[in-house]
Design a protein around this ligand. Structure first.
Ligand SMILES: Cc1ncc(COP(=O)(O)O)c(C=O)c1O
Length: 394
């Protein structure tokens, strides 16, 4: 029903099932990029002429939209970044740097592991990892033990696993973490394309958002910072546009969000991000969820019928991504054959090597859906998988 809003599907015969890597963009988002560059391309927050003012107001409109979209309490709590990777690196290298212990989950993307290693934290020495059970569910009891043993820790956990689609119960995790004086950051790369988030209800302290996984252009994202932290967090980069006053003896920074947004921003990207949010508001999360859930369930049913399939988790608390292997078959070979049949999925470790190692595998075939995928996409995938399996078994 909404597929017609995405030019990619008119221009391409590819069955696109790699939404965990990036989503397709609706026409309104694409048009906003051309419009900015063709009609009012100017810098923001600097010059004071018509087009510059329009660029600034469109840019700031996205901040307000995102604030309302996640129900933050102030525009100042929304800081634009390149995406989740930059958001996490920013907080890791500024606010979180002095924490004695950082606690992550077993299902983290490298973006929420490597920044901590860069601070010389290793397992048991400044970095703790919460166990998961054989169904990849977060072990709340182990989490509580870690919180007790490491009071006032920094907790940094993904909302949804990009590799296996597991949704963490962020509200419960945050409540428990706060009880032990911990501060909580959530990697939301895989959330907003699938379900509504109310930041005040979750009560998290930091929320790292990716635009390109939420129907917006690449190279744009945001970090939500709860108001009470804004004053004391040091920017990790400074320069033009962050400054109230400078002389050779020192600098006075602006308040948030500007003190955190150094240099010329991805103006077109941020404007496009606003259009993506407007688009989701137009489609509505109820529709996104009902369309996606049906197809996701069907996908799972059809995959389950394939001989030799190995799943690593069931469908409870899962959204977006389904990961699997076939007994005796190398996942890369399946990837090559699917590509020849114009089926786009991701094969490999999905930037989540530690959990792959824990499972004793090198990687998986990951099918990741969005609300515009339909039963026909699943049928084509299954057909192609059957062909690939028969070729590889010969
Ligand atoms: C769970 C998770 N975290 C972080 C990232 C990185 O996000 P971005 O591309 O916005 O930097 C990804 C991207 O795949 C992801 O899936």
């Amino acid at each position: 029903m909404f597929r017609k809003d995405f030019p990619y599907f008119q221009n391409s015969k590819t069955v696109y099932l790699d939404n965990g890597a990036t989503t397709q963009k609706p026409k309104s988002v694409i048009d906003s990029q051309v419009e900015y560059y063709e009609q009012y391309c100017s810098n923001t927050h600097r010059s004071n002429f018509g087009h510059a003012n329009k660029a600034t107001s469109e840019f700031e409109k996205t901040r307000k939209l995102l604030k309302e979209f996640i129900n933050a309490s102030k525009n100042e709590e929304i800081i634009f970044t390149k995406g989740v990777t930059e958001s996490i690196n920013f907080i890791a290298s500024s606010y979180a740097i002095d924490f004695k212990t950082v606690i992550i989950s077993s299902l983290e993307h490298h973006s929420n592991i490597v920044p901590w290693h860069m601070q010389n934290r290793t397992l048991g020495a400044g970095l703790e990892v919460v166990n998961c059970n054989e169904n990849l569910d977060f072990d709340l009891e182990h989490f509580e033990e870690l919180l007790k043993a490491n009071p006032n820790a920094f907790v940094s956990i993904t909302h949804v696993s990009n590799a296996f689609g597991k949704v963490h119960d962020v509200k419960t995790i945050t409540k428990l973490a706060h009880k032990y004086g911990a501060v909580v950051m959530i990697d939301a790369a895989q959330s907003l394309a699938h379900f509504k988030v109310d930041i005040q209800e979750l009560d998290v302290d930091f929320y790292a958002i990716s635009g390109h996984k939420t129907f917006a252009p690449t190279g744009v994202g945001a970090i939500y910072i709860k108001e009470k932290y804004l004053k004391n967090i040091k920017p990790y980069q400074t320069g033009g546009a962050t400054i109230h006053e400078v002389d050779y003896s020192g600098s006075i920074l602006l308040d948030s969000p500007y003190k955190f947004e150094a240099g010329t921003q991805n103006i077109a990207g941020v404007i496009g991000f606003g259009k993506a949010l407007e688009y989701i508001n137009h489609v509505r999360y109820e529709n996104i969820q009902s369309l996606e859930n049906k197809v996701f369930k069907y996908l799972n049913e059809e995959l389950s019928k394939l001989p030799g399939i190995i799943f690593y988790n069931d469908l409870t608390n899962c959204v977006g991504s389904r990961s699997f292997n076939f007994k005796g078959i190398i996942h890369d070979d399946i990837g090559i054959l699917l590509d020849k049949m114009q089926i786009a999925v991701r094969v490999g470790h999905h930037c989540a090597q530690p959990i792959m190692k824990k499972l004793g595998i090198r990687g998986t075939i990951r099918v990741s859906t969005a609300f515009y995928n339909d039963y026909v996409d699943v049928d084509k995938l299954i057909e192609a998988l059957k062909k690939a399996l028969s070729m590889l078994k010969d």
